[in-house]
Design a protein around this ligand. Structure first.
Ligand SMILES: [Zn+2]
Length: 324
């Protein structure tokens, strides 16, 4: 057993190195996923991103060929130091693990405890959605009567912060939906970080004014129950569903009427909170289907993007808000 544990840093470093070498192929595979369209030209950006993360912070200083040379020694050193640290502090790790697990479960049951630590300062949005930041952003509560967040872990990691007015408008819109589409459980997607700024893998979401809403779905006449079983890491928390031009993905189908009702509610709630909807991104072919529905007629005036965007926006729709 001992000899195996001694080899673990070596074996783990080999795994990371193989992943590093495979990065261009992984990037190509990601770029060819149906959720992205025409993004193959962007594959090198994904490769660079993976490479730079894996040899952080050296990626920005060394040239491409040297990156391949340093990845193994870098990770061998990291894993060796970690294994020494773990062996010297076994008891602390054991208790650390137990306490973290208890805390994780406690927060899953009482997620709003985290909101107690937020200050009451008014949120301030600076700059644009693609080059801005936000001060005193607030977390959107993990779940409500008719919605939940796409991932509890990502909620803990602080990926659902927004400007307080955007939070209020979002929550009030869900309240409206309790009356207009009472059978639907909604799923909140990614929004942004506490201080805004760069929010990978998104290009925008930087000033607390952007939200991704996961597209409401149905199976035949039944609404698709939203749960962590349907939305998990294997389908990128729902961001990995690929829909055809009819809005279908296997047995799942986009509930266009509900998307329209939700956007109507968002517009109403935004106005009440001194905001307006500045932009809605939804895959153009599906947008036409959405606007052709009875409820869709009422949101024709919303500022849907005309220009194509790299990410398909079928499994989710993106909304940018702005002051009235
Ligand atoms: Zn988005």
């Amino acid at each position: 057993m001992k000899s195996i544990s001694k080899r673990i840093p070596f074996l783990l470093a080999i795994c990371v190195t193989v992943f590093f070498i495979m990065a261009p192929f992984i990037a190509k595979w990601i770029a060819l996923h149906p959720s992205f369209k025409g993004a193959l030209s962007q594959a090198h950006l994904i490769t660079d991103f993976i490479h730079n993360i894996l040899i952080y912070p050296f990626g920005q200083w060394v040239k491409s060929a040297w990156k391949y040379a340093i990845v193994f020694p870098y990770w061998f050193l990291v894993f060796s130091l970690l294994s020494i640290l773990i062996s010297k502090t076994k008891k602390i790790w054991k208790w650390g693990f137990i306490i973290s697990l208890c805390l994780y479960l406690f927060l899953f049951i009482f997620p709003n405890t985290l909101l107690w630590f937020e200050n009451n300062n008014q949120s301030i949005s600076k700059g644009s959605v693609s080059n801005g930041s936000v001060k005193y952003a607030k977390r959107i509560p993990l779940r409500g009567d008719n919605y939940t967040t796409y991932s509890f872990t990502c909620y803990l990691l602080g990926r659902t912060f927004v400007h307080e007015k955007v939070r209020d408008a979002t929550l009030e819109a869900y309240e409206i939906c309790e009356k207009t589409c009472p059978k639907t459980k909604f799923l909140l997607g990614e929004t942004g970080t506490k201080h805004g700024g760069r929010f990978l893998p998104h290009r925008t979401h930087r000033n607390g004014m952007s939200i991704d809403f996961m597209t409401p779905l149905k199976k035949g006449n039944k609404k698709v129950g939203l749960s962590y079983w349907n939305y998990n890491v294997f389908n990128l928390f729902g961001f990995g569903f690929g829909f055809d031009d009819q809005g279908k993905s296997g047995k799942r189908e986009i509930d266009f009427e509900v998307v329209a009702l939700h956007l109507q509610a968002l517009e109403k709630a935004a106005k009440k909170n001194g905001l307006r909807i500045k932009k809605v991104i939804f895959y153009p072919k599906l947008r036409n289907k959405l606007l052709a529905t009875k409820e869709g007629e009422k949101i024709k005036h919303l500022p849907f993007t005309k220009n194509p965007v790299i990410v398909k926006h079928d499994d989710h729709y993106h909304v940018d808000f702005a002051p009235l």
